[in-house]
Design a protein. Structure first.
Length: 179
C-alpha cells in the first residue's frame, strides 16, 4: 500500500468515526489484545462504565462467534478463514461490526435465528436467553447458542445484518450492533 493510500484510508476512518479495525484471522490473543485496546481507549475518553462494558461484551461475543464458526470450517480459499471487526463512534453511540465468509448452506438457519431475535422486545430476549442457557451444548458444539441473543440484549437498537453473495457456495455475513 502506497503512503498516499494510507493517508486516504486514515482520513476515511476518521470521517466515519472508526476507532479500531482489524482484518485477518481471529485468535484468542488477538481478540484479547484488541479488546484491551478498546477498553483503554474508551476509558481514556471517559465513556460511562456501563457503555464500556456493553461495547466490550458485544465485541467479545461477535469475535467469539466468528472465531468459533471459522474454526469449524476448512475453506478452500485461505483468506476465507479470516474476518473483519470494526468499532466506530457515531455521535454518542458505538457501532460494533463484524464480517466473515459463511457457507450458503448455513445462511438460512442464521437468517431465521436473526429474524427470530429481531422480532423480540427486551422481555422476549430475556426469556429466550434463559431458555437457551438451559439447553445442553450438543457434541461438537461451540456454546449454548446465546451469543446473538446477548448481543441483541446489550444493543440499543435492533441488530442489522447483510448477506452478500460471493459465489455459488459462499456468502459474506456482516453484523452490526449499536450501543
Amino acid at each position: 500500500m502506497a503512503m498516499h493510500e494510507l493517508i486516504r484510508l486514515k482520513e476515511e476512518f476518521t470521517e466515519k468515526g472508526i476507532m479500531i479495525c482489524f482484518n485477518g484471522p481471529f485468535s484468542h490473543s488477538i481478540i484479547e489484545e484488541i479488546g484491551n485496546a478498546v477498553r483503554r481507549r474508551l476509558e481514556g475518553e471517559e465513556v460511562r462504565k456501563d457503555a464500556i462494558m456493553d461495547v466490550f461484551a458485544v465485541y467479545i461475543e461477535q469475535t467469539q462467534n466468528v472465531k468459533n464458526y471459522l474454526a469449524g470450517k476448512s475453506f478452500p480459499v485461505k483468506n476465507f478463514n479470516s474476518a473483519i471487526i470494526i468499532i466506530a463512534r457515531m455521535g454518542g453511540k458505538y457501532a460494533i461490526s463484524s464480517g466473515n465468509v459463511i457457507e450458503k448452506t448455513d445462511t438460512a438457519a442464521l437468517v431465521d435465528r436473526l429474524e427470530r431475535i429481531q422480532r423480540l422486545d427486551r422481555e422476549g430476549l430475556k426469556r429466550l436467553y434463559k431458555e437457551e442457557i438451559r439447553h445442553e451444548v450438543p457434541p461438537g458444539g461451540t456454546g449454548a447458542g446465546v451469543g446473538l441473543i446477548e448481543i441483541a440484549r446489550r444493543a440499543s437498537e435492533k441488530l442489522s445484518y447483510v448477506i452478500d453473495e460471493i459465489d455459488e457456495t459462499y456468502n459474506f455475513f456482516s453484523l452490526t450492533a449499536v450501543i
